[in-house]
Unconditional design. Structure first.
Length: 176
């Protein structure tokens, strides 16, 4: 970069590695930075400011709604299932998947989920596991069993580490 700043118009620079190939650079002209006029800068700043204010106002509205949400004030009540890939309300397919992922990993009964330029306020009224789908029940029981095994194993290792000193022996291997 310093080499580029010190070069003059028409100078050739040393070859540089670009995408696994060497490129020779010729400096045609330099355009020095200059301050923008107020009107030029205003266009850039206004758009950023409007977006930021919209996000702030949307967040405030969502926080207000989540405090007062109940079954009477809710605009819609829907059942969601991780296995069903359907659009939720006015969300696109991708946004619906993001919403479900965040909702199903949340531990809160009510809350706010932010998606790119949207915010979803939710309240969980009830939960149930479909009794019709034996595959789901099998997967859930398998996950619970794996979790129990991991907890028992980590507990056992912790007890053994407290009771016995751990020593590591290693010796180099001679491959001659």
């Amino acid at each position: 970069m310093a080499e580029l700043e010190s070069a003059k118009n028409g100078d050739f620079l040393k070859p540089k590695l670009v995408n696994d190939k060497y490129a020779t650079i010729k400096l045609i002209s330099k355009i020095e930075s200059k301050p923008m006029t107020f009107e030029e800068a205003k266009v850039f700043v206004t758009n950023d400011y409007v977006k930021k204010e919209q996000q702030t106002n949307l967040q405030k509205l969502a926080e207000e709604k989540v405090k007062n949400i109940d079954s009477k004030t809710a605009q819609s009540t829907i059942w969601v299932n991780i296995n069903e890939n359907k659009n939720i309300l006015t969300l696109s397919n991708e946004e619906s998947l993001q919403f479900l992922q965040k909702l199903l990993t949340s531990k809160k009964e009510r809350g706010i989920i932010k998606l790119s330029d949207k915010v979803v306020v939710y309240r969980i009224i009830s939960q149930k596991i479909s009794q019709n789908n034996q595959k789901d029940l099998f997967l859930i029981s398998q996950s619970v069993s794996q979790l129990k095994n991991k907890v028992l194993e980590s507990g056992l290792l912790e007890v053994l580490n407290k009771k016995y000193e751990t020593k590591i022996y290693s010796k180099g291997m001679n491959l001659e």
